[in-house]
Ligand binder design. Structure first.
Ligand SMILES: [Fe+2]
Length: 200
């Protein structure tokens, strides 16, 4: 797994655009709108994504760190999904954008019916489901549009690009049947000594 940033000018321009938006202190809604357009443009043609960031794993979907903002404001990752691989239901507590570089993923959104005051409990209802296809985008926008599940239901490998509006250290994982909410610590490097999962 590589964590070196792609050197392609198109990717560098994309990261620069995110930096500019954040420096303008744009509201999250504006960031999502402008970044959706930029993400569609970047993902319309995916040759900028180098081969070592296209490597998957038969046991779990794979995350490749493409850019980690030195100020901790955002992350850019490429995720590689083999057929049948999927996330649990989770949130991110920040805005996010997903663009499809190769093939398609199925995304299911969820809404909370409870007020979120109990950190270990949720009451979820299923919202929209959509196929995000190559060149298409999807987004996360707290507080009402940030819980989802993503999976590759096709018989081909899929690759997605993800931008998260913070340096993710943990996410919440939801069990809709029991209502249990679990905090999952995640890591952002491929340091093998770090046993936390490099997923979600
Ligand atoms: Fe997610």
């Amino acid at each position: 797994m590589s964590t070196a940033s792609p050197s392609d000018d198109r990717f560098r321009g994309y990261v620069h655009k995110i930096e500019q938006l954040l420096e303008q202190r744009a509201p999250d809604k504006v960031i999502i709108r402008k970044l959706s357009r930029a993400t569609k443009e970047l993902c319309a043609e995916g040759s900028w994504l180098q081969d070592d960031h296209r490597v998957g794993d038969p046991d779990r979907y794979t995350r490749h760190m493409l850019h980690r903002d030195p100020l901790g404001r955002f992350l850019v990752l490429a995720l590689v999904w083999q057929p049948g691989q999927e996330t649990p239901i989770h949130d991110h507590s920040c805005w996010g954008i997903m663009g499809m570089v190769e093939n398609a993923l199925e995304e299911h959104a969820y809404q909370r019916l409870d007020d979120g005051s109990r950190p270990d409990f949720c009451d979820l209802t299923k919202g929209r489901s959509m196929d995000v296809v190559q060149g298409g985008v999807s987004y996360l926008l707290p507080p009402h549009e940030e819980i989802h599940r993503i999976g590759n239901t096709s018989d081909k490998q899929a690759i997605s690009l993800h931008v998260y509006g913070r340096d993710l250290d943990a996410v919440n994982v939801f069990d809709p049947d029991t209502g249990k909410v679990s905090k999952l610590q995640i890591r952002q490097s491929d340091d093998k000594a770090d046993k936390r999962p490099f997923v979600v």
